[in-house]
Design a protein around this ligand. Structure first.
Ligand SMILES: Nc1ncnc2c1ncn2[C@@H]1O[C@H](COP(=O)(O)OP(=O)(O)OP(=O)(O)O)[C@@H](O)[C@H]1O
Ligand SMILES: [Mg+2]
Length: 637
């Protein structure tokens, strides 16, 4: 029988202080994972130096060369030898400085760490009359030479990881490393629209974002986001600014929490969480509190695994956040993470709740099409009846109960000319005269006046900007859902008994769920009782859903309930349950609606929160502006 090897004690070795070089290399292991980490540190330094223009030059994805040039304050000759030393910094001097850091750097470690794993040179000049030239410092030899340079600093890092070949083996292709470097600059660029950035790779300009002049507020951020992430990002994002009306940003000597930025509409969500940029006091961070808070704000409009997009900036008193948590400073710790969670959640939720139909003028931003001067061709004089006049719904297909679904439409009845005399209505002639005979008065409904229903799926409406197309099932589902939520919150989810209970054959599971969950069902306005071990009867349904199919409703609610612990289901799965119910209560596709019914739906959308998206995060309506329509027909070209 062989015995297992017994662990042998290591021969005793003396305790020694490690050489400085090795200490730095160990530190570098934490700070510098790849070229992009060096880029991040050098750009941090340039921003701390007050640069307004930062230029990067890279070779071989940054492995052969990373050069970062800035026009910041430069370094005095007398301080130059300290710049590359460990634990040497100009940014903090005491513990209290550390507890309220306002700069990107503070550890005094980055340059020393980089020096230990690459060849570094530093060329710098301060902007004072008594320094007529710059200085070049060789990181390896420590040699200093006078050279010519405009005020500012250039740090060159060559042959990264030459001294630690094991690390070098972990690097990916040049293209991948370059992409990481660009991403690192992008994160800085979003936070600093006032600074211009340029990135060159192998002599080619690969990205350039010009400094945005003027204020550094929302307008500048919007511009920078458009430059860095594309016009589509801003076109599909809403402004976040919380609290809405900050009376004083400093309370009790402390800076109040503020959350601002842009959040993409649910429609803009992506399958990966790669466009979620979060900043704390201007520093890009990866923070679970913020990520969770932002995602939870989308809970109601983005079901499933889609990832929202956003660029969110949290500013708060520096003493209320610890940035000294992680060597790369990518993590922070909040003194009161609940405060931050609530702030971010409310900020994003409030921004998303505003129905965009309210500002559709802005959303229907004109396409860059030349405005039609005098159209070269005008349609021939109309001969009534015009071919595309809306048709009155065929009598046999009218569904009388649909009106009841939105009988509580708050707005006054829409003009009835169109519906009462639809056949006589013809589209106004569009000529050089911009005022059509039936122009909608100023301040008319944002979603316009219904003119027709298309294929039983879409409502077409006319507003001041042109054509509005509404997905009627999606829109109605959202309205029903919001109404159910409100009723449940106010404990007024009224229930309506069915004259004749609807019975259906049920599985043993369904019967058990109905019996165990009777209380929960009652809270939801449902009464489902067992008639036999295999039969259930629906005796009451929520009034809001009275028009739907009670059996379908009961089945899907029971299926949903069956997946949860009955006692807590209303707290934990409330929204899923109500969404399921709303889906069954909403008007189905292929139902014919009258113009009055369509108009009532439009009016309800205008006053319902989050009515821009259905419960699955898809849009419920789209605007097609006149310019867009004109462009389709090449009018005015
Ligand atoms: N581009 C620059 N312009 C002006 N001064 C710079 C620049 N880069 C570095 N320095 C000076 O060199 C010092 C050391 O830089 P280093 O990045 O090593 O440390 P740090 O920025 O202070 O802290 P951290 O290790 O957290 O980055 C800085 O404190 C700063 O005074
Ligand atoms: Mg630094």
């Amino acid at each position: 029988m062989t015995s297992l090897p017994t662990p042998t004690a290591l021969p005793r070795r003396p305790i020694r202080e490690l050489p400085d070089e090795l200490v730095s290399q160990i530190a570098a292991g934490e700070v510098v994972e790849r070229p992009a980490s060096v880029v991040r540190e050098l750009v941090d330094n340039a921003l701390d130096a007050g640069a307004t223009q930062i230029t990067l030059r890279l070779q071989a994805g940054g492995v052969r060369l990373i050069s970062v040039e800035d026009n910041g304050c430069g370094i005095l000759r007398s301080e130059l030898p300290h710049a590359l030393k460990r634990h040497a910094t100009s940014k903090i001097a005491s513990l209290s400085d550390l507890e309220s850091v306002g700069t990107m750097g503070f550890r005094g470690e980055a340059l020393a760490a980089i020096c230990s794993i690459a060849e570094v040179s530093l060329l710098t000049r301060v902007d004072t009359p008594d320094e007529p030239h710059g200085w070049l410092l060789d990181g390896r030899s420590g040699e200093l030479q006078p050279t010519a340079r405009a005020p500012g600093t250039t740090v060159e890092v060559r042959e990264l990881f030459f001294a630690t070949p094991a690390r070098r083996k972990f690097l990916k292709t040049d293209a991948t490393e370059l992409a990481h470097c660009i991403e690192a600059v992008r994160r800085h660029a979003l936070a600093r629209p006032d600074v211009g950035f340029a990135i060159w790779h192998e002599g080619k300009l690969v990205a350039q974002w010009r400094a945005v002049a003027g204020d550094s507020g929302m307008a500048a951020l919007r511009q920078r986001l458009a430059d860095v992430l594309g016009e589509d990002f801003v076109a599909q994002a809403v402004a976040v600014d919380w609290p809405i009306d900050p009376p004083v940003l400093v309370a009790n000597g402390q800076q109040r929490l503020r959350v601002w930025g842009f959040a993409g509409v649910p429609d803009a969500a992506r399958s990966r969480a790669d466009w979620q940029f979060a900043y704390v006091n201007g520093r890009y961070v990866r923070d679970k509190v913020i990520t969770h808070a932002a995602r939870s704000a989308y809970e109601d409009v983005l079901h499933g695994h889609r990832q929202p997009v956003y660029a969110l900036f949290v500013s708060l008193d520096p003493t209320r956040v610890d940035v000294n948590v992680h060597p790369t400073k990518i993590e922070v710790r909040f003194r009161d993470s609940r405060e931050v969670h609530q702030g971010v959640h409310h900020a994003v939720e409030a921004a998303l709740a505003v129905p965009r139909s309210g500002n559709s003028a802005a959303d229907a931003a004109p396409l860059p099409v030349a405005a039609p001067a005098a159209p070269a061709w005008t349609p021939p004089a109309r001969q009534a009846p015009f071919a595309f006049a809306p048709r009155e719904p065929e009598v046999g297909h009218r569904v009388s109960d649909v009106g009841a679904l939105w009988a509580t439409a708050p707005a006054a009845a829409p003009p009835t000319t169109a519906s009462s005399n639809a056949n006589a209505w013809t589209p106004p002639a569009r000529s050089a005269d911009p005022a059509p005979p039936q122009a909608l008065p100023e301040g008319d409904w944002p979603l316009g006046r219904a003119i027709a229903q298309l294929q039983g799926v879409y409502i077409l409406a006319e507003n001041a900007h042109g054509l509005v197309v509404v997905d009627m099932h999606a829109a109605h589902e959202r309205i029903v859902y919001e109404r159910l939520k409100q009723q449940l919150d106010e404990q007024q989810l009224a229930s309506q008994p069915l004259l004749i209970p609807a019975t259906f054959s049920a599985t043993p599971d369904e019967v058990a769920t109905a019996e165990d969950g009777a209380d929960v069902l009652a809270t939801l306005g449902l009464e489902i009782t067992a008639l036999s071990p295999k039969t259930l009867a629906v005796r009451a349904v929520p009034t809001t859903l009275a028009q739907g199919d009670p059996v379908e409703l009961a089945r899907s609610v029971l299926a949903e309930l069956g997946q949860h612990e009955a006692s807590t289901v209303v707290q934990r799965a409330r929204n899923e349950l109500l969404a399921t119910m709303a889906c069954h209560g909403a008007v189905r596709a292929n139902r014919r609606l009258t113009l009055d019914e369509m108009n009532a739906l439009l009016r309800q959308m205008e006053v319902t929160e989050r009515s821009d998206q259905c419960n699955h995060g898809r849009p419920t309506w789209r605007q097609m502006g006149m310019k867009e329509l004109d462009a389709l027909f090449l009018r005015g070209r």
